[in-house]
Design a protein around this ligand. Structure first.
Ligand code: SDX
Length: 393
């Protein structure tokens, strides 16, 4: 068809699915959402407009965008009875544990959007998940630091509302800095979707059994938590702090190259990108802007990150293995400068990726030929043999 192209990466035999949502060319370092390059969306669009694009396939008209933004805004509160769920967790529970539990529990409160055979219920579930995820993430943070929950506000945009719910306290006025809010919104956009990554594949597999949308997204959050995936942003900042100064960088690069050392450079390498992750390039620019705005442009961790990137990229090992910084390499530096603890980095990734999970979930459910996912294996165990009673063993 004119204008439609099928990208056959040469491994269609292992391709998990057909999709029209996100296209990645790992060799070129190219990422498109419904055909739009990520750097243009991160620079010129905003997260809720990107959400509309991912969900419905095209950029919205002004009227469509206003209607969509109002719908999301009017669904940001969670059922009041759900507040008790947070108090069932230990104070020091990782916010990702809370998010997995609370999002899964949504299926117990939003019965009118769990029937996946009803397109209208699918639409309602999509909007509820995108609208409520920042509220849940912010409540998980507030609970972990012993501060009262802050309700969402309808006069703030999506990113500003999240920052307000995280950092406002009843004791005083909290005004969201519009430049920080813009940087937050850009981080949401950079994490919105990424083809068939591990957590999205988890959502698709869970959805293929007919599980309700909240259970499927809770499964995606659980998978994203791992340090090889969405947990890398937290692990990367912790690694940069452990390195501490530029003179220790060679020691850690040597460890990353040592096959006998399990240490890997967090925020480096990717299953698909064998060139720069285009999101990392935008994130690095944003890090410079945000830290400059906050007056911490000489942040020692940012200096370590930049020097580590420079030394790694000039090292033959990383060049030969095509290891480049990925989306997680600079994001933690920005989030920490904004005031978030490292434990909130992956929850922010999860709330950003919710639209990607939901869009891919909807796309799969819209496929009349959808069957339950059932990966096979290469069996390498024992051949058939007879049972022997324990007294004869
Ligand atoms: C995300 O899939 C997605 O799209 C994910 C994601 C998304 O948006 O959903 O992009 C988000 O998960 C980004 C990745 C975040 N993870 C990290 O930054 C953790 C550190 N990175 C590594 O753990 C690793 O790079 C992976 C897990 C991301 C990929 O691992 P692979 O599959 O082993 O990578 P590879 O096949 O390209 O590795 C080639 C070689 C291997 O060595 P050999 O077996 O050839 O001897 O490079 C080595 C790897 O051991 N290697 C590294 C390394 N990453 C790979 N060596 C040192 N440091 C690293 N970071």
């Amino acid at each position: 068809q004119a204008g439609v192209f099928t990208y056959d990466p040469g491994f269609t035999s292992t391709a998990a699915c057909d999709s029209t949502i996100t296209y990645i060319d790992g060799d070129k370092g190219e990422l498109l959402h419904r055909g739009y390059p990520i750097d243009q969306l991160a620079g010129d669009s905003h997260y809720l407009e990107v959400c509309y694009l991912l969900l419905y396939g095209n950029l919205p008209s002004k009227a469509e965008l206003e209607k969509f933004e109002k719908t999301i805004t009017m669904h940001t509160m969670i059922h009041e009875q759900m507040h008790g769920f947070f108090r069932g967790f230990r104070r020091d529970a990782h916010p990702m544990a809370t998010m997995v539990g609370v999002v899964g529990a949504m299926s117990a409160f939003y019965h009118d959007s769990t029937d996946i055979t009803d397109p209208r219920q699918r639409e309602i579930a999509s909007h509820r998940l995108i609208a409520k995820m920042p509220t849940i993430a912010a409540m998980a943070y507030k609970y972990s630091i012993g501060q009262p929950f802050v309700y969402p506000r309808n006069d703030l945009d999506y990113a500003a509302n999240f920052l307000h719910m995280c950092f406002a306290v009843p004791a005083e006025e909290y005004n969201v800095d519009p430049i920080l809010s813009r940087a937050m919104d850009r981080i949401f956009t950079l994490h919105a979707d990424h083809e068939q990554n591990a957590s999205t594949s988890t959502v698709r597999l869970a959805s293929s059994s007919g599980a309700n949308p909240f259970a499927c997204i809770a499964a995606g959050i659980a998978c994203l938590w791992g340090p090889a995936h969405g947990g890398a942003n937290q692990a990367c900042l912790e690694m940069l702090k452990e390195i501490g100064s530029v003179d220790r960088i060679p020691e850690f690069i040597a460890r990353a190259k040592d096959k006998n050392d399990p240490f890997r450079l967090m925020g480096f390498g990717h299953r698909v990108y064998k060139n720069f992750d285009p999101r990392a390039t935008v994130m690095k620019q944003s890090a410079d802007e945000v830290l400059d705005l906050l007056g911490v442009e000489d942040n020692p961790i940012l200096q370590v990150a930049k020097e580590l990137e420079k030394q790694a990229l000039s090292d033959p090992y990383f060049a030969e293995k095509k290891l480049f910084p990925n989306v997680d390499f600079y994001s933690g530096i920005i989030l920490e400068a904004m005031g978030f603890p490292t434990s909130m980095f992956t929850p922010i990734f999860a709330l950003s990726r919710t639209v990607g999970w939901v869009s891919q979930w909807k796309e799969q459910l819209g496929d009349p030929g959808m069957k339950i996912g059932r990966p096979r294996q290469l069996y390498k165990g024992e051949a058939a043999r007879d049972y022997t009673p324990v007294d004869e063993r």
